[in-house]
Design a protein around this ligand. Structure first.
Ligand code: S3P
Length: 449
């Protein structure tokens, strides 16, 4: 290694099959929403299974700064005492949302109907992500927002009790945009409506209903209209957070690609707005069997058995993208060892996630010697039975890029290394322990933060 190369923070090696039982960590999307809605509501909200990842801790810190009381008891239950009709109060310091796009965008919406000013900041990754997609519709509703060039953080937003309702058709398929508008609409008098050309995850709608706010959904094939009437009050409730299918995805792909593996992942949410990857991997020949279905906290959950499978490339239908938008990097690691080409298109949104995930995924694959190319709106990966591996991957503060590179290392001739493992804790704090328990040779180095 040259003197200027960064030291690796974690590495993975090929080894024996994975086996055993793992439990998916709490869903990140639902965890953010439980804290935010609980903080806005009257009374208390008790949350079990909350993801205790850095993103959610940032959101809890933010909502405390707006006046909510949020505590954790020793048994892992979180209690949020919301502000109710008194409304959110002006924070005394910057709202630091860390790495969390969902956190910052939903909170911006939630704070819109109050006569308070808040200054939003985030880490290096969040500070280059576009906020215009959220603040433009919020401006139409009446908030004043001023940010860094290109509507990036840091951003100062002043809300108004005279917020106007909005009927809006977002130009991107984005649950964050939909959710920000709906949360703002709670405090606007009249109908606020979001028309989605492609359905995105429906956790905000479901949770608003659980907090006592009627939300109408009109299905129109691929898309939907989501509507609520403000002003609407929320009442605290009990939230059971199901396991995150986006985190289960890493375990699942690891088991599919490491020869001889056979694992069970418990407690995985099966909401159809989130399970696009399961369908895709099954179409690629993956042995994925869901069993022991239960309904918990309004979501269907299941235990999933995943066995090593000989995968083949497919064309992933672009209309499936919203239901697996966070899973393309890890899908590409499966595609890297699949027989033939995997073609993914209609995923330009990946360019504005925690990193440019198309470019970052290409860098992993190319560094591992896998044939792959990017298009403006997609990726094409040609699998090879034994990738060379051997790269030190720049993760760009992106947890999913970090975990994807490490999973690929489990089937490469040479270890895969990453420059920074810290961000994995934003969504999957037990990733290393869980992978090791299943038998994977994935370790953090002494250079890890
Ligand atoms: C999320 C929505 C998606 C997803 C993100 C979580 C949410 O973002 O990528 O990880 O919880 O609403 P977009 O709304 O930008 O697609």
């Amino acid at each position: 290694m040259s003197k200027s190369s960064p030291a690796p923070a974690a590495r993975s090696h090929a080894g024996g099959p994975l086996s055993g039982i793992a439990r998916a960590p709490g869903d990140k999307s639902i965890s953010h929403r439980a804290i935010i809605l609980g903080a806005m509501a009257s009374g208390t909200t008790q949350i079990t299974g909350l993801l205790e990842g850095a993103d959610i801790i940032s959101t809890a810190g933010a909502m405390r700064a707006f006046g909510a009381d949020i505590t954790r008891s020793d048994d892992g239950t979180w209690t949020v005492t919301g502000v109710g009709p008194a409304g959110l109060s002006a924070p005394k310091s910057d709202i630091d949302c860390g790495n969390a796009g969902t956190g910052v965008r939903l909170i911006m919406g939630a704070a819109s109907a109050y006569p308070i000013t808040a200054s939003y900041i985030g880490d290096a990754s969040l500070s280059v992500r576009p906020m215009g997609r959220v603040v433009d519709p919020l401006r139409e509703m009446g908030v004043a927002a001023a940010g860094a060039p290109g509507d990036r953080l840091p951003m100062i937003i002043t809300g108004t009790p005279d917020l106007k309702p909005l009927r809006y058709a977002p130009p991107h398929a984005s649950a964050q945009v939909k959710s920000a508008i709906l949360l703002a609409g709670l405090g606007a008098t009249g109908i606020t409506e979001v028309r989605e050309a492609h359905k995105t995850r429906d956790h905000t709608e479901n949770m608003l209903r659980a907090f006592g706010c009627p939300v109408e959904t009109i299905d129109n094939g691929d898309g939907q209209i989501v509507r609520l009437t403000g002003p609407a009050a929320l009442t605290g409730t009990r939230v059971i957070v199901p396991g995150d299918p986006s985190s289960a995805a890493f375990l699942m792909v690891a088991a599919l690609i490491v020869p001889g593996s056979d694992i069970i992942i418990e407690n995985v949410m099966m909401n159809p707005t989130r399970t696009g990857l399961f369908e895709t991997l099954t179409e690629m020949g993956g042995s994925i069997q869901a069993d022991n279905f239960k309904t918990s906290g309004g979501e269907v959950i299941a235990d999933i058995r995943v066995r090593y499978s000989k995968l083949h490339g497919i064309v992933v239908p672009p209309r499936r993208a919203p239901s697996m938008i966070d899973e393309y990097p890890i899908l590409c690691m499966a595609a890297a060892v699949a027989n033939g080409e995997t073609v993914m298109d209609g995923i330009e949104e990946l360019r504005v996630k925690e990193s440019d995930r198309i470019a970052a995924t290409m860098a992993i694959l190319q560094s591992a010697g896998v044939k792959a190319r990017e298009t403006k709106t997609g990726m094409i990966v040609t699998g090879s039975p034994a990738p060379r591996g051997g790269g030190l991957i720049t993760t760009h503060h992106d947890h999913r890029i970090a975990m994807s590179a490490l999973i690929l290392g489990l089937v490469c001739d040479n270890p895969m290394e990453i420059d920074d493992a810290a961000m994995i804790a934003t969504s999957f704090p037990d990733f290393f322990d869980m992978m090791q328990t299943l038998g994977a040779d994935i370790t953090q180095t002494e250079n890890s933060a």
